[in-house]
Design a protein around this ligand. Structure first.
Ligand code: GLU
Length: 293
């Protein structure tokens, strides 16, 4: 069984991404698991091959290695289509604005699709499909969920219950595209991933993914959501925060210094390489608090 890191290739990884990648590698390697790499390039407009190659090169420079070749999601569309065909789904014709308006209703839960298109008649569907077609747009495909919440276990955070709605499996619009929540579940299963270490900004999607896995008969992986790196104002670190990518940091610091800063952010001082950190890494001692860069 295996852990993995799954970067989205839109620009270089920053200090926070590198730290999450390092943690995923440490958790897997500390337990003798395989460590796999997956390039999440399903969003063709935002992804580029150059970003992917640059991200992978940076990870290797830091000593974060993986078993086998990186899997590119852009090669996996047939698998997503096969999974979609197994699920109970419906077409959704809502624009982003329709959803925003509907979710302003008094009892609407934030970020949850209110089910506007769930129970349309076939006549209504024909009409709405035709009207979208005049704008050269395709409907989205949503899961017809049978639950509104789902339980999962997070090794750092303990038992969790998260929201499940009729989430999108295939995005609509002018250029339909596979949705992250579907692709991540199908690919983790395909790659034999049983340990998902990632930033805790994704905690909110996890119940949806675990539920989808249960519908597809996929074993649910162990989840480990790690705290993010924040900037001095307490916001999630981003590239605009300055010299945060490996290439930028290498302008003023040596590789051992940069590694030592990553290790220090995990609570280990004076550690300058990945193999050295692996020797001392203790998963139980990881801080549950965000790290301020
Ligand atoms: N591709 C996602 C990201 O870069 C991570 C997805 C995941 O780990 O499940 O934020």
């Amino acid at each position: 069984m295996a852990g993995r890191y799954a970067p989205s290739p839109s620009g270089d990884l920053h200090f926070g991404n590198l730290r999450t990648a390092l943690l995923a590698w440490l958790f897997a390697r500390a337990e003798g698991k395989q460590f796999l790499m997956r390039v999440e390039d399903i969003d063709e407009q935002r992804s580029s091959r150059e970003s992917a190659e640059s991200q992978l090169a940076d990870l290797l420079t830091l000593g974060i290695d993986w078993d086998g070749d990186a899997l590119y999601q852009s090669t996996r569309f047939d698998a997503y289509r096969t999974a979609l065909a197994k699920l109970d789904t419906y077409e959704c014709y809502c624009s982003r604005r329709d959803i925003q308006e509907a979710s302003r209703a008094p009892h609407a839960a934030p970020g949850v699709y209110p089910g506007t298109c769930r129970d349309l008649s076939s006549e209504e569907r024909v009409e709405k499909r035709a009207s979208l077609a005049t704008q050269n747009r395709h409907p989205a495909i949503r899961l017809r969920a049978q639950v509104t919440a789902f339980d999962f276990y997070d090794r750092l955070l303990g038992p969790q219950t998260g929201p499940v709605d009729d989430f999108i499996l295939l995005r609509g619009g002018q250029e339909p595209g596979w949705a992250y929540n579907l692709a991540v579940v199908v690919d983790d299963a395909y790659q034999g991933v049983d340990q998902v270490v990632r930033g805790d900004d994704l905690l909110d999607s996890t119940a949806r993914q675990a539920y989808l896995g249960s519908l597809l008969g996929i074993p649910i992986p162990e989840y480990i959501h790690v705290p993010l790196v924040l900037n001095a104002r307490g916001q999630r670190l981003a590239k605009r925060d300055g010299a945060v990518t490996l290439k930028e940091m290498l302008l003023d610091a040596s590789l051992p210094q940069i590694f030592s800063a990553l290790a220090s952010s995990l609570g280990y001082e004076g550690v300058t390489s990945a193999p050295q950190l692996l020797e001392v890494f203790d998963p139980e001692k990881l801080s549950r608090e965000p790290y301020i860069y």
